[in-house]
Design a protein around this ligand. Structure first.
Ligand code: FES
Length: 157
């Protein structure tokens, strides 16, 4: 199962409150909410608006402007592929393309059967064993075509 928490308004409020003094405003909060729940649930928008003294339209505008934010829950499994420098230099581009092709979705999307969400991530701290990926919180390094295929197959199970 993916490592995200189920939606909870109380938890969302906690996240918003814990970011009340953080620079960067709405984008930072949206990211924190997505990190917790795997997407930004619609009820989070008015909660952020209220906490930041903004209109819902303003928060919604930020939410829809950036393509980073997911509007729907993530799939059952989440496969994150590192797209940062060390992994790219080690052949990460071809492996990311391979995962996209095997799953039939582009990075940032979920398969039609809701089983797998494929996401880019920017450094997993596993550069020494690049190229790297993470399946539901489990780190995997030293990827090659064979290991990527096995990882995709595991995500689809
Ligand atoms: S660049 Fe991929 S793990 Fe650091």
């Amino acid at each position: 199962m993916n490592a995200y928490e189920p939606w909870s308004a109380a938890r969302c409020n906690e996240i918003i409150t814990s970011h009340s003094h953080v620079e960067g405003g709405v984008i930072v909060i949206l990211h924190a909410i997505q990190d917790a729940f795997g997407y930004v649930p619609e009820p989070a928008i008015p909660m952020i608006a209220e906490a930041r003294n903004l209109s819902r339209a303003e928060v919604h505008g930020v939410f829809t402007f950036y393509h980073d934010f997911r509007h729907e829950p993530a799939g059952k499994r989440v496969l994150k592929i590192c797209r940062a420098e060390a992994c790219q230099a080690a052949g990460g581009d071809a492996l990311a393309a391979r995962a996209e092709q095997k799953l039939g979705v582009k990075l940032g999307n979920t398969t039609a059967d809701d089983r797998v969400t494929l996401e880019p991530i920017y450094c997993l701290g596993l550069c020494a064993t690049a190229p790297s990926a993470m399946l539901d919180g489990k780190l995997v390094g030293r990827l090659d075509e064979k290991r990527m295929d096995a990882l995709v197959a595991e995500a689809q199970r």
